[in-house]
Design a protein around this ligand. Structure first.
Ligand code: NAP
Length: 367
């Protein structure tokens, strides 16, 4: 069967993944044991992607999901050469299956030089999908804000992970659209460099290395590659919207349990054109995919079989170009989801009501 593209996924919640496929092993193996065995596991075909259809050409697109069996911890903590070797082996599997372009999902796109070395070592081109992700997540936060009664133009927006590929490019786009932009990163000099790139827009720019600086933000875009959650209930103002783009997630489950007065949405969820079937559950509603996968599919529909988004510094012109390509083929911002459930009007109304009450007693951040 022909294959236009392949997309690399990897286990995000290792115990859950193993348990789904091998229930007994899922119960007895600890996470360190799973990490150990994963080192020796070869890349695997996960599922066939069928029947995405370009609204521009009417042609069907088929592809494969392939897995590099490394957990988030392994992706970021093993020697980078070992991870490159596993990703290249996964890419070789995709090549043998006939793929003409390879997308890198989740931390496969983050490790080392963000796709540059993997692209150099493979015969097929590579993309991380980060360019289209920037458009989708900045649109998603604007739309979620609108539903919560927050106008982006007057809002304070915080970007957590502003020094990263998606964070830095999103900052440049949002700096032209919002009232105040709080750039949060771990390294002062790197955050300062992003601030310089954002100058000249409508936003007043603030930089910080303290997560508590998001405390006054109306809208928060969280895009770190942390392997554990970093946003906790005490960081958030009543009525805030958090768009959690990170895979694995940045927002702690404590927020879901304790803060019924904030709205947390998943970032980067895209409606794919055509009766697409991934034969795999990403946690998105049927017919929806992450923006990084959507970028890979849109490039394949366009016949752009070339390295596209690779490396940690995104090009804003390329962000605009892939946005136009994806829109022409029929990709669009998907339904807003929160902890993998569709956001309803009733939920928004409840969050707004609770926020209004809690704002009366809300005070400055305590560190
Ligand atoms: N939803 C989607 O469609 C989609 C698409 C693509 C990517 N993603 C996800 O988006 C996230 C970011 O991707 P990216 O390509 O922009 O990654 P990146 O370029 O590596 O940037 C990661 C950012 O996270 C920061 N960071 C890392 N660990 C942290 C920690 N423990 N605490 C606070 N900040 C931390 C980094 O800070 P330093 O600069 O100091 O290292 C950097 O600012 C990843 O989780 C990825 O899986 C999602």
């Amino acid at each position: 069967m022909s294959s236009d593209f392949a997309f690399v996924i990897h286990p995000i919640e290792p115990k859950k993944h193993v348990g789904r496929r091998y229930p007994l092993l899922g119960r007895v193996l600890t996470e360190p044991m799973i990490d150990f065995f994963c080192q020796y596991w070869p890349p695997v075909k996960v599922s066939r992607v069928e029947s995405a259809r370009s609204q521009d050409t009417g042609e069907n697109l088929n592809g494969w999901l392939v897995a590099a069996p490394y957990t988030p911890k392994m992706m970021l903590n093993l020697p980078v050469e070992q991870v490159y070797n596993k990703l290249v082996a996964t890419g070789r599997l995709a090549e043998r299956m006939g793929a003409r372009i390879l997308g890198l999902g989740a931390l496969a796109a983050v490790v080392g030089d963000a796709g540059v070395t993997v692209a150099e070592r493979l015969d097929i081109p590579v993309t991380t999908g980060d360019s289209y992700t920037v458009t989708i997540v900045t649109d998603a936060i604007e739309q979620a804000g609108r539903q919560m009664g927050i106008d982006l133009r007057d809002a304070t927006v915080a970007i957590v992970g502003a020094t990263g590929a998606i964070g830095g490019a999103s900052a440049q786009i949002l700096a032209a659209k919002t009232g105040q932009l709080v750039l949060i990163g771990r390294r002062e000099k790197a955050v300062e460099r992003i601030r310089e790139k954002c100058e000249g827009g409508s936003a007043k720019l603030i930089t910080s290395t303290d997560l508590h600086s998001m405390h006054t933000a109306d809208l928060i875009l969280s895009v770190t590659s942390s392997i554990a959650p970093i946003i906790e209930p005490e960081h958030l103002k009543p009525g805030a919207v958090v768009c959690d783009v990170a895979v694995p997630k940045d927002v702690s489950r404590r927020v879901l349990n304790q803060r019924k007065d904030v709205l947390v949405i998943e970032g980067g969820i895209v409606a794919v054109p055509g009766p697409v079937d991934f034969h795999f559950n990403f946690g998105c509603p049927p017919g929806y995919a992450y923006a990084c996968l959507a970028e890979t599919m849109a490039l394949a529909m366009e016949g752009r079989f070339e390295d596209y988004t690779v490396g940690r510094f995104l090009n804003i012109d390329q962000v605009r170009e892939i946005t136009e390509i994806a829109a022409r083929h029929g990709f669009k911002l998907g339904k807003l989801t929160s902890f993998n459930r569709e956001v309803t009007a009733a939920q928004i109304a409840e969050v707004r009501e609770r926020a209004e009450v809690n704002l009366r007693t809300w005070g400055p951040a305590t560190t």
